[in-house]
Design a binder for this molecule. Structure first.
Ligand code: UD1
Ligand code: CA
Length: 449
């Protein structure tokens, strides 16, 4: 029987933020969500989240996660005090308790599996993850013998100068025999630099205690300030890019690109410098993205090219070409072979196959039939000041440069719109519509002096 407790009650003073630390985002997911994800494959019987600082906000933002038991720690008097709050909810529980710091977001599930295995094989009262760091500043120092048996953990602020030289640090991840931990939790005292109850003090009371040194010290990076947050982001970004390179994606300049872990790529995608993928996006085989793109919550088919553009909440089918300098907004749905050129904005519109919107246009709340050619500077005037209305343009139609289509309006198929027209009435199929003042010519005009 396994229970997992995540310590997420602290304020995170060093972040200097209005957000509770565990809700800080990292590659599109909060710290605490990442921590919870890292233990999912262990299929724990119970998952307890210890909340305190802005507890309601934490619960609210994690509302979409099921199977979590929230345990309130009020006030927040240290990590030992946090775990003391489990004495009641875990009364009678006789299995292992895996304790995870809510601010240690890079753990791999395999590492937790190893920790659990080691703990079960050794019969220890507690097993904890450690690492050797070039700069152990801020972390608790772990004192252990050659066999890996731990005698004590001393917090950075409580170390004497000799103890500070130790480079073996506590990762803040522990597997406890719960009944044994429960017996010593009431014995903790706050006789230390911070005047708090330290969970780390239980280790000296629980014997035998063993540690497991992680092979990749990045995994136990803790986030206490913005610098460490950025360092964790860098590690995650590197992991994501390496993963996708192994799957057949070319990054021309990997460090200049960022990914969310909801982004998926096909084979032979080429990502040029300065491209950013957010939310859940799917990029099909053979796409060429960038330089300079933001793609968010969008789906791109195969062989799509996007250059210096922003694509959010859009679906773009095979062989489309977007940009440079185009914006596809939510609800843009482009069928195969469309072309959206420079300084074009598309919103909540359906473009059938082979539609061309090449320059300087706004297409909002519109349905464009296949092969429609939108002339430079065409605007769908979709908003009357109160409500949005739709523009429908039938297949094979062509709008002249600088056309304004005042919605609601319906243009049939193969319609031609004369340049500079402002249309307010429907146009039947096959017609030419011109809505502009006629050109006047006055011969022999005196002209400028
Ligand atoms: C802790 C460990 C330290 C370890 C480091 C690893 C202790 C005493 N020290 O130090 O040995 O090297 O993590 O990252 O445990 N929290 C609560 N309630 C509280 C206080 C904290 O839930 O009253 C939560 C925080 O939200 C955070 C976690 O516990 O998620 C760790 O707290 P933090 O104050 O960051 O501990 P560290 O000083 O980093
Ligand atoms: Ca910490």
């Amino acid at each position: 029987m396994l229970a997992v407790a995540v310590l997420a009650a602290g304020k995170g003073t060093r972040m200097k933020s209005d957000r509770p630390k565990v809700l800080q985002p990292l590659a599109g997911a909060t710290l605490v969500e990442r921590v919870l994800r890292s233990c999912r494959t262990l299929e724990p019987e119970r998952q307890l989240l210890i909340v305190g600082h802005q507890a309601e906000r934490v619960e609210q933002e994690l509302g979409h996660l099921t199977g979590l038991e929230y345990v309130l720690q009020q006030p927040q008097n240290g990590t030992g005090h946090a775990v003391q709050q489990l004495l009641e909810p875990l009364a009678g529980f006789s299995g292992e308790l895996l304790v995870l710091n809510g601010d240690v977001p890079l753990l791999r599930p395999e590492t937790l599996e190893q920790l659990l295995d080691r703990h079960r094989q050794s019969g220890a009262a507690v097993t904890l993850l450690t690492a050797r760091l070039d700069d152990p500043t801020g972390y608790g120092r772990v004192f252990a013998d050659a066999e890996g048996q731990v005698s004590a953990i001393v917090e950075h602020l409580d170390c004497n100068p000799a103890q500070r030289d130790t480079d073996l640090i506590n990762g803040g991840i522990y597997c406890f025999d719960w009944p044994k931990l429960a017996a010593v939790l009431p014995l903790l005292t706050s006789d230390n630099d911070q005047g708090e109850l330290y969970l780390t003090d239980t280790v000296a009371l629980l014997q035998p205690a063993f540690h497991l040194e992680v092979s990749d010290p990045d995994e136990i990076n803790g986030v206490n300030d913005r610098l460490q947050l950025s360092q964790c982001e860098a590690v995650l970004q590197d992991r994501l890019r390496c993963h996708w390179m192994a799957e057949g994606v070319t990054f021309v300049d990997p460090p200049s690109c960022t990914l969310s872990d909801g982004s998926r790529f096909g084979r032979d995608v080429v990502v040029e410098p300065q491209c950013h993928f957010r939310g859940s996006s799917v990029i099909g085989d053979g796409c060429r993205i960038g330089p300079g793109c933001l793609i968010e919550d969008s789906e791109l088919g195969c062989g799509v090219e996007v250059l210096h553009s922003v694509v959010r909440g859009a679906v773009v089918a095979d062989g489309c070409a977007i940009g440079p300098f185009a914006q596809l907004r939510a609800g843009s749905n482009l069928a195969a072979g469309c072309r959206v050129g420079n300084f074009v904005e598309i919103k909540n519109s359906v473009l059938e196959a082979e539609v061309k919107v090449n320059h300087l246009s706004y297409i909002g709340d519109a349905d464009l039939g296949s092969g429609v050619n939108v002339g430079a500077g065409t605007i769908t005037a979709n908003y009357d000041g109160l409500r949005k209305h739709r523009t429908v343009i039938g297949a094979g139609s062509k709008t002249g440069a600088n056309s304004v289509l005042v919605a609601p309006i319906n243009l049939g198929e193969r319609v031609t719109v004369g340049a500079g027209s402002t249309l307010t009435k429907d146009v039947p199929s096959g017609a030419l519509a011109i809505g502009r003042a006629r050109q006047l010519i006055k011969e022999n005009w005196p002209g400028p002096a």
